[in-house]
Design a binder for this molecule. Structure first.
Ligand SMILES: [Zn+2]
Length: 130
């Protein structure tokens, strides 16, 4: 089962300085902040589905390969990132928060604060922040 780790050092110190909040390193979704938005969780959940479909090694090889090809093409690392096919699909589906598989996963792992649309893990000591 995919696990959500909030307030994790890896994205906090190595991704956030570059403007990124989370990374999916299957079977973990690692998030820099103490809470996360439901849309980001849905985005990362899509990456987990992509990894299940294509396999762990193929996913990361293709991800990095497309990033390098895009970097040559666009000569800009943000454009290179946003044009990775996995990122395009995950971003397109990030608002598909009523997907039954996604909701089933959420139900298992998180407390949902519907009002603020922020989520936190059941085991997190931190209160939900809006
Ligand atoms: Zn992504």
């Amino acid at each position: 089962m995919l696990k959500l780790k909030l307030n994790h050092w890896l994205p906090k110190y190595f991704l956030k300085p570059f403007g990124f909040e989370a990374i999916t390193l299957f079977p973990y979704v690692l998030v820099a902040s103490k809470t996360t938005s439901i849309y980001l969780a849905r985005h990362e959940f899509q990456h987990a589905l992509q990894i299940e479909d294509d396999g762990f090694i193929m996913f990361y090889l293709r991800y990095i390969g497309e990033f390098i090809v895009n970097l040559v093409r666009y000569k800009n690392w943000m454009d290179a990132y946003y044009n990775i096919s996995y990122e395009i699909e995950a971003s397109d589906l990030s608002h598909d928060i009523y997907d039954p598989d996604f909701l089933g996963w959420l139900e298992h792992i998180v407390k949902v604060n519907v009002k603020g649309q922020r989520i936190t893990t059941k085991s997190a000591k931190n209160k939900v922040i809006n």
